[in-house]
Design a protein around this ligand. Structure first.
Ligand SMILES: Nc1ncnc2c1ncn2[C@@H]1O[C@H](COP(=O)(O)OP(=O)(O)OP(=O)(O)O)[C@@H](O)[C@H]1O
Ligand SMILES: [Mg+2]
Length: 299
């Protein structure tokens, strides 16, 4: 073991500041564009503290760009974005650096560094924000986050190419959790996973949210995920958030895309599965549902 006396991981709270307001993410009048192409215009969104907010919309409607704008990677043309009470749109690099340490991001596609092991990937944000942490403690934290994300401890020494798709997602999640974030951004976390793997990942998100008191911004096309774990869902269309609410509230609107999405064959199948499990009062057994539900088959 390590000869240096490192403090126990559970005693190490990397982020001492905590947001106590109601909306850790507030977006007002957002406009983003690429050249002539306007992606968002007049987009407003509030994310409530402690919720899992699902973000849906057709492909190319700007879900990932919205997430990038919120975390300061995409400079908006217009609008205001506040995260954890701080202005992202008004922040200088040096000012917002401490906010960046208070969120974790799982990008669409994972974005692990292929030349680094899983542990080294998890250590990237630690080294950036806490270079003073000893290598031994760094290693300890990385192993803890890997296990927390549901991977066997020996995964820490593997390279991304040696992992399955589901394992890569979990490794990406471990990296997103490296800094004990208050906010977790997940872009299509279950895309490409088999239904059992997707359900297990959903369960993990809920468990982590409860255990770590997270607010989760979750972009997904996965209807099962929306029904199972999201407190509310925001729908992006026509360059805006056209509606946000529970799925029942969304269904009460008469927007064509919303009706088609949730009342189409896949939406109905996801709802039927959820109703069936709820009726049996076995929410924890979602993993046991048939693997060929229409909501997932061919997804
Ligand atoms: N770096 C970029 N340069 C130019 N255009 C971009 C860039 N990033 C995104 N876009 C464009 O912005 C639009 C929104 O892209 P975005 O990736 O946010 O879509 P999305 O809703 O996440 O789609 P998907 O569900 O397929 O992931 C698309 O038309 C895309 O081509
Ligand atoms: Mg996307």
């Amino acid at each position: 073991m390590n000869e240096t006396a490192a403090p126990p991981v559970e005693a190490l709270d990397l982020n001492l500041e905590e947001f106590t307001g109601k909306h850790p993410i507030c977006v007002r009048g957002l406009k983003t564009s690429f050249g002539e192409q306007i992606v968002h215009e007049g987009l407003d969104l509030d994310v409530r503290k402690g919720e899992i907010l699902g973000v849906v919309g057709g492909s190319g409607t700007g879900k990932s760009v919205l997430m990038r704008a919120i975390i300061g990677l995409q400079t908006p043309d217009e609008g205001e974005i506040e995260v954890l009470g701080r202005s992202i749109t008004g922040a200088q690099d040096d000012d917002d650096i401490d906010i960046r340490s208070r969120w974790g991001v799982l990008f669409q596609g994972g974005a692990l560094f292929s030349t680094l092991t899983v542990a080294e990937n998890v250590e990237v944000p630690l080294k950036e924000f806490y270079p003073e942490i000893s290598p031994a403690l760094m290693d300890e934290i990385a192993r803890y986050k890997v296990v927390l994300s549901g991977l066997p401890e020996e995964t820490t020494s593997k390279y991304p190419a040696e992992l399955s798709g589901g394992m890569k997602k979990r490794a990406g999640l471990a990296r997103a959790l490296a800094l004990d974030p208050e906010l977790l951004f997940l872009d299509e976390p279950t895309a490409g996973l088999d239904p059992i793997g997707a359900a297990a990942f959903d369960n993990l998100i809920v468990e982590l949210k409860q255990a770590l008191d997270l607010t989760v911004f979750l972009i997904t096309h996965d209807l099962d995920t929306l029904y199972e774990i999201c407190d509310r869902v925001a729908v992006i269309a026509d360059q805006k958030v056209i509606a946000v609410g529970t799925i029942s509230e969304l269904l009460a609107t008469d927007h064509e895309w919303i009706q088609e999405y949730f009342n189409g064959p896949r939406g109905r199948a996801a709802k039927t599965t959820k109703d069936r499990l709820d009726a049996k009062d076995r929410p924890g057994e979602r993993q046991a549902k048939p693997v060929d539900t229409p909501a997932k088959a061919g997804a």
